[in-house]
Ligand binder design. Sequence first.
Ligand SMILES: [Zn+2]
Length: 356
Amino acid sequence: MLRRAVFFFLALATLAALIEGQQQRAKRTRGSSRTHERRARHKPAKPPVASFVTDSGGRELIVRLLDIGQGDATYIRNGSSRVIIDGGPDTVAFGRYLDSLNLNNSTIDVVILSHQHLDHYGGLQELFKTTRHIRVRSFFENKDPSAAVTLAELRDSILSRMDRDSLIYRDTDDPCSNGRPICTIAMTGGAKLHIMAPFPSGDGANNRSTAVKLIGPDSASFTMWLAGDAEREEIGWFETAGYARNPGMRVNVLKADHHGSCNGVTPRYLALTDPQWVVASLGTGNGYGHMHTQAKKIYRGARVPWYRTDQNGTITIRTPGTVGGGFTITPEHAGTSLDGPSDRVSHQPGCATGAR
Ligand SMILES: [Zn+2]
């Protein structure tokens, strides 16, 4: 009799739990559909891409050239290591990517500011917003003097995290604090990052850009070169500095220097980097005329196709990290070698004659 009563009670409790579970699931579904409705009504200009949340550990290396507007922002993931190079022009756009990349409550191992222009550092302040609970282990920048208030604010945030959170603040002119021009960072999935000292006497902020070479876990499968907004002056200096020999400039993918400006590429630079693909980060309808007609002429002359964030959206590169695994490059919006509505011939000195 007692056993039957216990059994009856257990059956009843199970049924109640099942019903409650169903009700909660239904509530969650209703809740999320209400959230979707809310999001649909207040839809951001560029909604986050849901597939970003699949970035997860292992040997796979994922590089995302984010569609950040007129600026640069790159997110790199390998194993449990996370790297950000530049944060685009503003905190709103960059913050949206921090959300969609699931980076709140996480640790970013390395942040690199390529150089001191707002379209590269503007969004980085968002990393230090206390409500995001993001820990930054190390921050690299050239520390050149600057009158920009927003850069001073960013530097204040970095300094306060040095005190509070043991952040390591490195000067790209001596990136490993050992007097050597190249600092190599190992990511946990086997990828490597070479951070190179910029042209010491580069004229203007662009020519003080730090070059970074990313090497996949299988170096024969994937390498990439990113050099901020380096112009012809610094691009030529990279070779003088010996970077073509060490760490080597030949790569699979080249990020177009200076948003596809004509002063961000030379035939010699393309010969040295010898990329299969170029990726350019620039804003729709930008006022600079990027991508410049002359730059596209040089890329076309070398038979290198390109993707561009203003036309293709975020560009994602993946390599599995296995021997011979190769790499894939996938734009958010299809179409290759696209021209954009803002593209113009530049009349600045050194570019007027186009490909030389
Ligand atoms: Zn720029």
